[in-house]
Design a protein around this ligand. Structure first.
Ligand code: ZN
Ligand code: ZN
Length: 329
């Protein structure tokens, strides 16, 4: 925000939050990196709400739904929000991009245009002072979960994502990104109440499905996604020399279905697969290959052979040895 621009009122912030403006210049001057405490309230409430599991209890159905929604949304974030919307590493039908855009919104990590525009910015500025979520610049907690609670991160820079912003249905998702999670919550609650009415012996209630499916599962999706911005710029191994601190991490790769091969990805972001070798498990890539077999997506981009050839280490300079005469036998 420039010095002459007055700060937006809380009411305007709230309005823009619930209904994201689609003006490319809406957030152009918004540079403030103070934490917007109004935005932290629902974020904290989602976390605290998980404790209500002690009141609603559990059932096999609730746990299965939580695991299923975790898997579906992590796959959607990695496969579509990241590898499709951010990097265009494959192609798909327009209906597929909309459906997975809507499922992505159910992760409550904003719309596909917001997510991908911010990610493209990350690749342009990774770990330099302009990067919005660099642990090198502002520490682990900032990179993990504080950066998106600031006015600077609130708006979608549509200039970074004109290729997808041209689709009105994606602009709709970005504008009303809270609609899909609201619908999912209603469906979960209604389904649980229906079971409670029809089969009370199952021990399932609407609130129970809501807590497991929308609170516990969403918080798990949150933090594994955030690990890619925090942990994989801090901990792990580096195969490639990149200008940033990106690392490869098997643990993060397993939790995020393949995003832990972050050093590979920063070195060559165009590839659909991020585990470059067969032993680098990349569940999202296997899922996308399966979708390709079904004809839902196509033109998955592969890793060029030259990238896969291990770099030859610089020849070790021989240590100068004093010319010691060798006694000839
Ligand atoms: Zn990164
Ligand atoms: Zn990326």
């Amino acid at each position: 925000m420039t010095e002459n621009t007055p700060p937006r009122s809380h009411l305007t912030n709230l309005k823009h939050w619930l209904c994201q403006p689609m003006d490319p210049d809406a957030g152009a001057n918004e540079k403030s990196e103070r934490i917007d405490w109004l935005r932290t309230i629902p974020f904290m409430m989602l976390h605290v709400g998980c404790l209500s599991v002690f009141f609603v209890g559990w059932s096999w159905l609730a746990v299965t739904i939580a695991v299923f929604l975790y898997a579906l949304r992590v796959f959607t974030l990695t496969g579509f929000y990241h590898r499709y919307f951010s990097h265009r590493s494959f192609k798909c039908w327009r209906i597929i991009q909309f459906v997975f855009g809507a499922i992505g919104c159910m992760s409550v990590q904003r719309g596909p245009l917001w997510w991908a525009a911010h990610h493209r910015h990350h690749h342009q500025h990774s770990d330099d002072p302009e990067d919005l979520h660099s642990p090198r610049q502002k520490g682990i907690f900032w990179s993990h979960m504080l950066w998106f609670l600031t006015p600077r991160a609130q708006y979608t820079n549509l200039r970074l994502i004109p290729d997808f912003a041209k689709f009105p249905e994606l602009r709709f998702l970005d504008r009303f990104d809270l609609l899909p999670p609201a619908v999912l919550s209603l469906v979960l609650y209604g389904f649980g109440e229906l079971i409670a009415w029809g089969a009370p012996e199952a021990g399932v209630t609407g609130l129970q499905l809501l807590v497991w499916g929308m609170l516990i599962s969403t918080i798990a999706v949150y933090h594994v996604t955030y690990l890619v911005n925090s942990a994989t710029h801090l901990i792990g191994s580096r195969r490639y020399q990149t200008k940033d601190d990106s690392k490869n991490s098997l643990v993060v790769a397993l939790l995020t279905f393949g995003e832990g091969w972050h050093n590979n990805h920063h070195y060559y972001p165009n590839s659909t697969r991020q585990g470059f070798f067969w032993w680098e498990i990349d569940i999202t890539y296997y899922g996308l290959r399966f979708m390709q077999m079904l004809g839902l997506v196509w033109d998955l981009k592969s890793v060029p052979k030259r990238i896969l050839v291990p770099k030859v280490k610089p020849a070790v300079q021989p240590i100068p040895v004093e010319a010691t005469p060798i006694a000839v036998q």
